[in-house]
Design a protein. Structure first.
Length: 395
């Protein structure tokens, strides 16, 4: 065989090998990137069943959460805003008479949350009277610049946003050929070969838009509108909190090292504090105070939350020369502002004060539900007895 013939034979063999890989990954990728129709179907299913689900992609959940907020608006009187650091908050953690929906979303900064809160106040009126707004200082949200802006939280806008984010075909083909997607494909194929009914499993993964309904370990009904976490009960509960089933938890042997690394000058937590030397953006404080005055007029209020950090981390940051003074500046600024505006700030940063354990965290700043349950149990007990405005608990 000539060199030219050998070249084309090799090329043909490579193409024959890659073609099914690209085809399968392209099919999976189309669904994992999400679309408006899948988002609507997932939301409708959850509204009808109160089950566990989400709309792909997993880390872009604004449209899904917006549809859910609109469907739940007639049943609730409170909204939890924020980023994934608030995912662990469930409706069962709240005092009698407070019925929340957890509207927190992946990567949702404080400036976004304040814009959303202002929109919720106008869109849903006096029915929703309690706002829980996180001041995520550890990842820098309270120090960012830029004014909040109201957003369109209508169902139509949510679905239009999904249509506007569709990925071009060439980009999808490139994604199908990427190493992480090929590695993921072979992992999925391994799971298929281990299934009792292999053809059924293959058909569900590659040809069916959704999975069958199934039960989570806690008994909740679930349905998957994505292929990446089929059968794992990943996604959101009816109250907007997450199951954390699709996340990898921190390992016990890594805790001490991760706390030590997170408290070093080069860590994102230290650098967040250093960005403004601990001074929060005054515009965010003004917006929050205005929202609180508005809600107070109808019998509600804003509760500001400083989300839990893994035990020991805030203590180390407080004691470190590169971050201690900035953290004290932040706490003093928030305490004085909260007293002046009549706002209670639930400071859960030192989570160990509430009895939280390291393995109740996914990483340094993502507390799971068991930790949040301890935080709110103590908070509401003291809240009923009457709390003075300012930081709670007092340091």
């Amino acid at each position: 065989m000539s060199g030219r013939g050998y070249f084309f034979l090799t090329l043909a063999l490579c193409a024959a090998t890659l073609a099914p890989v690209v085809a399968m990954n392209y099919a999976l990728g189309n669904r994992s990137l999400g679309d408006a129709e899948t988002t609507r179907l997932a939301s409708d299913w959850q509204q009808a069943t109160r089950g566990v689900t989400y709309a792909p992609p997993m880390n872009h959940n604004r449209s899904f959460k917006t549809l859910r907020l609109n469907d739940r608006a007639g049943e609730i009187n409170a909204v939890v805003f924020g980023a994934s650091s608030m995912f662990g908050i469930t409706e069962g953690m709240f005092a009698d008479g407070i019925r929340p929906y957890n509207f927190s979303q992946s990567g949702n900064s404080l400036v976004d949350s304040l814009g959303e809160a202002s929109t919720v106040r106008k869109r849903f009126g006096d029915r929703i009277r309690w706002f829980f707004i996180p001041f995520d200082w550890s990842i820098g949200f309270v120090f960012q610049k830029g004014p909040p802006q109201e957003v369109d939280l209508s169902p139509g806008a949510a679905l239009a946003a999904m249509k506007g984010s569709e990925v071009p075909m060439l980009a999808r083909l490139q994604d199908a050929l990427s190493y992480p997607k090929i590695e993921s494909l072979f992992s999925i194929l391994r799971e298929v070969t281990r299934a009792k009914e292999r053809w059924k499993a293959f058909r569900q993964v590659f040809f069916e838009t959704t999975s069958d309904e199934y039960r989570c370990p806690d008994g909740s009904i679930a349905k998957d509108f994505d292929v990446l976490y089929r059968g794992k009960c990943g996604g959101f509960y009816y109250d907007g909190s997450t199951t954390f089933a699709a996340w990898q938890s921190i390992r016990a042997r890594d805790v001490a090292q991760r706390v030590q690394t997170a408290s070093m000058p080069s860590s994102k937590y230290s650098q967040s504090l250093a960005a403004t030397r601990g001074r929060p953006n005054p515009t965010y404080l003004e917006w929050t105070a205005r929202l609180n005055r508005d809600l107070a007029a109808v019998g509600g209020r804003v509760i500001v939350v400083l989300p839990p950090l893994i035990p020991g981390l805030e203590e180390k940051l407080s004691a470190a020369p590169h971050s201690g003074e900035s953290l004290r500046t932040l706490k003093e600024a928030l305490s004085g502002w909260a007293r002046q505006e009549g706002i209670v700030v639930l400071d859960a940063g030192r989570s160990e004060r509430f009895g939280c354990q390291p393995l109740e965290f996914l990483d340094e700043h993502h507390a799971m539900s068991p930790c949040y349950r301890k935080v709110f149990e103590r908070f509401w007990a003291d809240f009923r007895r009457g709390l003075a405005p300012g930081l709670y608990p007092v340091q």
